[in-house]
Unconditional design. Sequence first.
Length: 459
Amino acid sequence: MSTLDPSPNLRAGYRAAAVLLATACAGIGGAHVATALTPRTYQAHASVLITGDAGQLMPTIARLAETREVALATANEARVPAALAIDHISADSQPGMQILTLTATAHKPTDAANIANAATRVLSLEMAKQPLGVAGRIAAHTLDEAAVPSEAATPLPLLNDAIGALLGLMAGLGLMSMRRRLDDRLRWPDQIEAQLGLPILAAIPGISRRSIRSGARSAYRRRRVAEAAGEAAALLTALTHSTDHRRLLVTEVRADDRCMGAALLALGLAECHEHVTLIDAQLSRSAMARQFPESEEFSLQSVLTGPSPVMPERLAAPSTLTVMPAAPADPRTGAALLRGRPFAELVDKAAQTSDLVLVHAPAVLQGADIAAPALRTDAAVLVVRAGMTRCAEMRRAVLLLQRIGTPIEGVLVLGAIGTRRSTFERPGGATGTAMTGLSRTAPQSRRNSAPDFTIPSAA
């Protein structure tokens, strides 16, 4: 079953476009600064007509116009410093034409025009002093005088802006490539499977903040979210049937105040006709009551501090789900409750009356109380937030759970980008099917026949 959600891809595309736009704008800004700091130069052009049979002598005449002697004479004629004329006069001619174009370059437009016009007069005098051609019949005459240029020849603002934008785009691409290489955050389900060797239960698309504030049921109404949660429930049901793991620890790598992963997984299992009990053991960051407001009547503390652990009533919808939220408690009190015998008895009684018991525990790397609920469960389900959880953190969390003897049934990915694989390899070498084509309806309920427990009244 595909869990592709276009919104994360669009957000990633928007971020990439924003980075490229920012670097391109920075490049254009740098080009503007470079243009402002670059001295302006002006070019003036004058034309000289070469009379007589110049033919093959045109390159020689052009070289003569660029000599130092002609430049010094031109500076004297134009009454400008010699440095403004030396190496600032160029001559160009086209094959088959006896017209020579003299170009003068200067930082002032009037100087450029004066130097170009003076160069034409000096060239005529030099050719008169040094006869060229047969019997010295080749002469130079001014054809067009240079006009004062109105625009600078350099710098070229548009060209500089284009080059700056191109360099900015290249820098942006380089930054994104470097960030992608250095960033070890887990983004795709296939990446998690390949690097950690853990099966992916499902990849749940990104959930809007509005749905998060409205609770888990609001998010579950989205078709893609419901399909992904149902896929995780079907796969988890099959895995727990084969391993007889009925008490599951649902935990995150890093603390997540929303507990959305555990809530959606419980809804998916309940819709698959599994009798599920969801116990919130994250006492320091309790948020389960926000996901299921109707369950606020019974809290974990009120149940554990009673004369004997009793199970609250199941929710009205779905009727196969029991939710036991936790009231906020200080870390010391919460640790004492989770390590006490009443909590162990509560989990055992929930396992007798339910097909599956989900214990939402503190985050592995940020919760000091992860060991207590882990010892009361058979296996764990890790919740990973795509684009937020780093690979190194994930490895540390897996290693910690393995050290305390809690096997990992699978990984639930929140905010995933892309699709999940059709097959996976479970730890230990056994190959299983991802069950992408399974029906949302799970096998028959396997609830054991156990005596009923007292249900406290609303009062």
